[in-house]
Design a binder for this molecule. Structure first.
Ligand code: COA
Length: 325
């Protein structure tokens, strides 16, 4: 069995900061409500860059710190729900932007679990020798699909991008992975796209979906708290590891209260969880690789450390990975 290891990370967040105070000027909300219910203080918003642009910047940072050349990349997986094009894919645009001429490139849609799903596919392709050096990117410009008149959702999301370079390795890296989907609960977190549109379409049959995020917050909260616990327990048991051996848990950054709940349920001190939701809000597929890069950059991750990444989101989808750094 060929192992795969994360050898480099990168991230990029737009410079424009939108604070809770700023949002309270156009919807009926306030900083106290948002911080106490979510832990979010501010988020980044893209003003002159789209999804492929910010994904490219995160990918370039990972590539630069890996010491590899763009030609060495043979796989690019781009996880996003906010790509600016249906075709070419965001992954193919990144391939062009960075000059990764030897890569196979494609996008995946697993919402906030996208980075974990992407890592799972990359690890699998490496293990069957279909790839050696894979760029897994999570990038979102959620500000495009947020309903800025809906206080229930517009306070929650932000824009950003993160990337990791996963390479075939003799050393341990990805120890165990777990992904699962719950399609029957998909309507608790929705965003429509293109509806049926052709000269033969029966107008009376067409129900176009709102192309903004619509969410049943309480339902998603319940799902998220049980999914996070199940996924962590699964990768721990599949990896023959104990929670005590794990140095950090890097959860999808959706809401401070979800993380706090998981910490209490699993009896893991909160300071083992990496939290930056206060600065970025929920950046969907980007949140875990943004956090990973922050930690890597701050030398919080040393060789041999065991960490868990865990995510949940639209689909509904969830998953986790136990990683030896
Ligand atoms: N500012 C002020 N009040 C707000 C508000 C805002 N931004 N958003 C909602 N409210 C109001 C509601 O209108 C409601 O008022 P009402 O009682 O008069 O109807 C009240 O606050 C309580 O709403 P409720 O939905 O019960 O709040 P909550 O404690 O469940 O918190 C969420 C709402 C969205 C923060 C919470 O449900 C949550 O975090 N869910 C998970 C969301 C998530 O993480 N999604 C992404 C997953 S990837």
């Amino acid at each position: 069995m060929i192992n795969s290891k994360i050898i480099a990370t990168g991230n990029y967040t737009p410079s424009f900061i939108l604070t809770n105070e700023d949002i309270s000027k156009f919807v009926d909300t306030n900083d106290e409500w948002i911080v106490s219910r979510t832990g979010i203080k501010e988020r980044r918003i893209a003003t002159d860059e789209d999804t492929s642009d910010i994904g490219t910047k995160a990918a370039l940072e990972a590539l630069k710190s890996s010491g590899l050349e763009a030609e060495d990349i043979d796989l690019i997986i781009f996880a996003s729900i906010t790509g600016e094009m249906l075709t070419p894919s965001m992954a193919c645009i990144v391939q062009k932007n960075i000059g990764a001429i030897n890569a196979t490139a494609f996008d995946i849609n697993a919402a906030c679990s996208g980075f974990i799903y992407g890592l799972t596919i990359a690890h699998s392709l490496i293990s069957i020798k279909q790839a050696k050096n894979a760029l897994v990117i999570g990038a979102e410009v959620l500000s495009k699909i947020v309903n800025w008149e809906d206080r229930n959702t517009c306070v929650l999301f932000g824009d950003g991008a993160g990337a990791a370079l996963l390479s075939a390795s003799e050393e341990k890296g990805i120890i165990s992975l777990y992904t699962k989907s719950v399609g029957e609960k998909g309507d608790s977190l929705e965003c429509g796209a293109l509806s049926l549109r052709n000269p033969f379409a029966k107008k009376e049959e067409i129900q176009s979906k709102d192309n903004h995020v619509i969410m049943d917050g309480r339902e998603v909260f319940k799902f998220a708290t049980s999914a996070i616990i199940e996924a962590i327990e699964k990768v721990i048991s599949d990896g023959n590891c104990s929670l005590e051996e794990v140095k950090y848990i890097i959860p999808h950054q959706a809401n401070y209260r979800i993380i706090d709940f998981a910490s209490r349920k699993l009896n893991i001190p909160l300071n083992k969880f990496y939290i930056n939701v206060d600065k970025y809000g929920n950046t969907s597929a980007a949140s875990i690789p943004i956090a990973l890069h922050e930690m890597n950059n701050n030398a919080m991750l040393q060789k041999g450390d065991k960490v868990i990444i865990v995510g949940f989101g639209g689909g509904l989808t969830y998953g986790a990975a136990l990683i030896e750094w």
